[in-house]
Design a protein around this ligand. Structure first.
Ligand code: NAD
Length: 300
């Protein structure tokens, strides 16, 4: 069918949809859902005209939750974003209520596809979607640390002047302040990263990557293009059954947290087990605790 429904057509949702529309042959139908009906009526018209540029035969419309019933993928990008200085976890209670309502509506339609989640705090919101939808946990996927991983690759590439394609660096854990770089598994080409970049520079880059969202939000009030591209990459991986390994928010030990996972037509086909160093293990366990505490705070 190659049908995608996007719930929440603000900065993130529309950055994603605009990528979809410009990729020939990826999707046949895109349905927009948002509580602001006028905005999506306008966006659907605007994007329909944009699709003619590439002549890619995609139908775009403003729809309702009934449209989810035969969708391959529903992407949730609705909810509040961070204000200046706010952490992702600060959004937890108000976004939980929104995501619960949205997930119920999606499931009432008879939907049986894959749900991608970008709404923050994304690891916790994946758990909310999973609990309300009762979908198999491999069919609920969060963008997780995909974007953090791309940010760290960008910063390394700027520092050492090597193409990002040859920088194999990874950020795992919570998509939030406890995320961490897995330097022990990172390489430039085939060379271990620690043989090329000093520990001091790696520390600086890791901290900088963690703070980039705050920096962008300080300038423009939100971030959207990076995560829009990540959602596009995930959509492509699923619809084309690519079996590509991505650092997404995946079910691990009863919570959602980012680990490298194989993504294809059934969603998460498998999650890799990484042998961390003792220090990385501590950071991973800390991230797990942060997510667990956040989930527990919702149940109190
Ligand atoms: P935005 O305010 O621009 O868009 C949110 C949209 O959701 C709005 O159009 C709003 O009308 C809609 N909406 C709100 N409640 C709704 C409901 N109940 N039903 C339907 N639509 C509803 O916000 P944004 O900048 O697009 O951010 C969206 C989310 O994405 C935020 O939670 C933000 O933190 C998150 N985000 C995640 C990442 C990531 O890497 N995972 C990156 C950037 C932003």
């Amino acid at each position: 069918m190659r049908k995608v429904v996007v719930v929440g057509c603000g900065n993130v949702g529309m950055a994603y949809v605009s990528n979809l529309v410009s990729t020939k042959g990826l999707v046949k139908e895109i349905v927009l859902i948002d509580k602001d009906r006028d905005k999506i009526l306008g966006d659907a018209m605007d994007l329909s005209h944009a699709s003619v540029v590439y002549n890619n035969n995609v139908t775009i419309k403003a729809g309702t939750y009934k449209d989810c019933f035969n969708a391959d993928i529903v992407v949730i990008t609705a909810g509040f974003n961070q204000e200046k200085g706010q952490s992702r976890l600060d959004l937890i209670s108000k976004n939980k209520r929104i995501i619960e309502d949205i997930t119920r509506e999606i499931m009432i339609s008879g939907f049986d596809g894959i749900i991608l989640v970008a709404t923050n705090p994304v690891d916790v919101m994946c758990q909310v979607v999973k609990n309300v939808s009762n979908l198999n946990s491999n069919r609920v996927i969060g963008t997780g640390t995909m974007l953090d991983t791309d940010r760290i690759k960008y910063l390394l590439s700027q520092k050492i002047k090597v193409n990002t394609e040859n920088i194999h660096a990874y950020v795992l854990g919570e998509h939030g302040d406890s995320s961490f770089a897995v330097w022990s598994r990172s390489t430039i080409g085939m060379v271990p990263i620690k043989e090329t970049v000093s520990d001091e520079d790696l520390d600086i880059i890791e901290t900088e990557a963690r703070n980039l969202a705050y920096k962008i939000i300080k300038y423009k009030g939100y971030t959207n293009y990076g995560v829009g591209m990540c959602l596009h990459k995930l959509t492509k991986a699923i619809l084309n059954d690519e079996n590509v390994v991505l650092n997404v928010s995946s079910p691990v030990d009863g919570i959602y947290i980012s680990m490298p996972s194989v993504i294809g037509k059934d969603g998460i086909k498998g999650t890799m087990k990484i042998e961390f160093t003792a220090e990385e293990e501590l950071k991973f366990n800390n991230s797990k605790e942060v997510i667990k505490e956040a989930i527990n705070s919702l149940e109190e």
